[in-house]
Design a protein. Structure first.
Ligand code: G6P
Length: 608
């Protein structure tokens, strides 16, 4: 949801900014721009379209000389993705330029006020008010001006500001949108996320909400919004450059699918010691867990579907009622939550606006928050009482894959751990399930090894207009994520249905050659799903079944079959999702879609 980047040092700023923007492009990619300070003022270039176009138009930044600058890649909220609406925005007097990630909620009244005072607006964006406010309140003191302007803004914003009177300085402001400062030698940076910084430095400072930084090549000063200096800790990032690069794969998505055995292993391995599961926080003990009488799982997008898939393991093993609720709904509902509720929040980025709002709502009702999150130091991690990090490494493709599977495996671990410490499981079953969890990375690898078969299966879907995904119980949760993967990257309408619900309406849409993907991996219910397959077949539908070799009956009902490796029924969701990811990937590839950057989407949704 927009990426911003800033640089001050000795290098050609525009070139560094463009490199950073390429790495942030997954956050939004409908237009982009850079601005640098040069002798005569601020030089700026903006284009609608991808960063590659901006690179072409600036000769990879060479056309914009200067050592201090800011850049932006946009996911449009206010105003169409045009050149004029692209960031940066410049003040009428040419002194300031601004890039912004977030939404200024009171922009309309500020815009009216500024127009009344004679300021000329060039764009339809909410952001432009900021740059005119900077001009209006400027007294010659940049720090005071930033403080004054921030006090007028409502909403979420990560800002980068340059001012011609401060030719070596960039200013970064954070309020409810992520912002990280990178510390170099004789050069410093800021960016919306670490991926833009890792080629240059691993030493970072995380700004908190209500903080801003003045950054020069040799100094970084952080202040609160009262103007008082804040002492910040310098953190060392463990992600390396290779992890954030494609490494020979055609797409990040494919690379990230292939990385899943390793990512799941990295997430499980440190948490199993001498046959016992150790969750990272000792406060999550029997006393705490026995006091919990309800679990609410909340998240957005695929993270929500990981929650739906993990719910079955928690209910079955922990014997606690589990409610799954979309974060965007939960934040405006009146959830039945109290101090005996554990809210499990799932988020790859840790910055999803609705997820953050849902946490705040639940905290206000005294619930405990357990965050399952990938990005260390993210907002979700900071707000939570307990954190379990998924050790998936950077995920760049907009459509999540390893983010999803590492979240799901942590839910399995949490379920089994809770059942064990609260003595709701016998020793034999515990050992059997723990063994099964340990083999999951291998099972995922075996699913990946079906790659060529899946690629040829995908040929069938190239021209489909609509695909149904059906299943029951854990299979139904996998169907939700499988359908989402298909629609977000191939743009084919895809709908997930609880198989038993088909006959309550949707079956009316089944006609000759309608593709249906039937998930039959859960042995407890696959017999029932197979009845639904027969209903689909009787109406002419084409069925691809995903199941295991144990299911001897499937060949008599389905047209095509993908056999996944066997695992414990409770954990099949983790294995069966892999062929669905690959199926979506190859279908999108056959349709020449932009797989890593699907239209209209952004990876990190930091606005509501
Ligand atoms: C976006 C992404 C999805 C992701 C969702 C939640 O829609 O495209 O892949 O599942 O946001 O993001 P989070 O970072 O909170 O997991």
């Amino acid at each position: 949801m927009c990426g911003i980047v800033g640089y001050t040092g000795m290098q050609q700023a525009a070139t560094v900014l463009l490199e950073g923007l390429k790495r942030l492009e997954y956050r939004g990619y409908d237009s982009a721009g850079v601005a640098v300070i040069k002798d005569s003022g601020i030089d700026m270039r903006k284009v609608s379209g991808r960063i590659s176009k901006l690179c072409e138009e600036t000769n990879n930044g060479e056309a914009l000389p200067g050592c201090v600058g800011i850049g932006h890649t946009r996911w449009a909220t206010h105003g169409a993705p045009t050149d004029m609406n692209a960031h940066p925005h410049k003040s009428n007097d040419g002194r300031f330029a601004v890039v912004h990630n977030g939404i200024i909620e009171n922009y309309q009244s500020l815009r009216d006020e500024l127009i009344g005072k004679g300021y000329l607006f060039e764009s339809e964006t909410d952001t432009e008010v900021i740059v005119h406010l900077l001009e209006m309140y400027y007294t010659g003191d940049l720090k005071k001006t930033v403080l004054r302007v921030s006090s007028r803004l409502q909403g979420s914003y990560a800002l980068g500001v340059i001012c011609t009177d401060y030719p070596h300085e960039i200013v970064a402001v954070r309020e409810a949108s992520p912002l990280i400062i990178g510390i170099g030698v004789g050069e410093n940076f800021f960016a919306s996320d670490i991926t833009a910084l890792v080629p240059y430095t691993r030493n970072v400072i995380y700004l908190e909400d209500g903080e801003f930084a003045r950054i020069t090549p040799d100094e970084i000063q952080v202040f609160d919004l009262l103007g008082k200096i804040v002492k910040k800790e310098v953190r060392r990032v463990t992600w390396d450059v290779q992890a954030a690069e494609r490494g020979g794969y055609e797409h990040f998505m494919l690379k990230e699918i292939m990385e899943q055995p390793h990512a799941v292993e990295a997430t499980i391995h440190p948490r199993i010691q001498n046959g016992e599961i150790k969750l990272d926080d000792e406060r999550m003990d029997a006393g705490f867990l026995n006091n919990i009488n309800r679990i609410v799982i909340t998240a957005c997008g695929s993270a929500f579907y990981a929650g739906c898939a993990g719910r079955y393991a928690i209910e079955s093993l922990c014997k606690v009622p589990v409610i799954t609720e979309l974060a965007s709904e939960l934040r405006y509902s009146e959830p039945m939550i109290d101090e005996h509720t554990l809210v499990i929040v799932l988020s790859q980025s840790g910055e999803t606006a609705d997820t953050i709002a849902a946490i705040k709502e639940c905290k206000s009702k005294n619930a405990s928050i357990l965050a399952i999150v990938n990005v260390v130091g993210s907002t979700v991690a900071k707000l939570a009482d307990f954190i379990l990090y998924t050790w998936a490494g950077p995920e760049i493709a907009v459509a999540t894959t390893k983010g999803y599977t590492t979240q799901l495996v942590l839910l399995y671990l949490f379920a089994l751990y809770t059942a064990r410490v609260t003595q709701r499981i016998d020793d034999k079953t515990y050992r059997k399930l723990l063994r099964a969890i340990k083999t999951l990375p291998r099972r995922i690898q075996e699913s990946i090894d079906m790659n060529p078969t899946i690629a040829s299966c995908a040929e069938k879907y190239k021209d489909a207009r609509s695909i149904f995904f059906i299943g029951r119980n854990t299979d139904q949760a996998a169907a939700l994520e499988g359908a989402l993967k298909m629609k977000e990257i191939s743009y084919i309408h895809a709908e997930a249905y609880a198989a038993g619900e088909l006959k309550h309406g949707t079956i009316a849409l089944i006609e000759e050659h309608q593709p249906v993907i039937a998930l039959c991996c859960n042995e407890k219910v696959w017999g029932k799903t197979m009845n639904n397959i027969i209903e689909v077949k009787s109406r002419g539908g084409d069925v691809l079944a995903v199941t295991t070799k144990k299911n001897g009956m499937i060949s008599s009902v389905a047209d095509d079959i993908l056999y996944i490796p066997e695992t414990e029924t409770l954990f099949t969701g983790l294995v069966e999702i892999v062929p669905l990811q690959l199926l979506a990937y190859y279908t999108a590839k056959n349709r020449n879609c932009d797989i890593d950057k699907p239209k209209n989407l952004a990876k990190s949704v930091t606005v509501e």
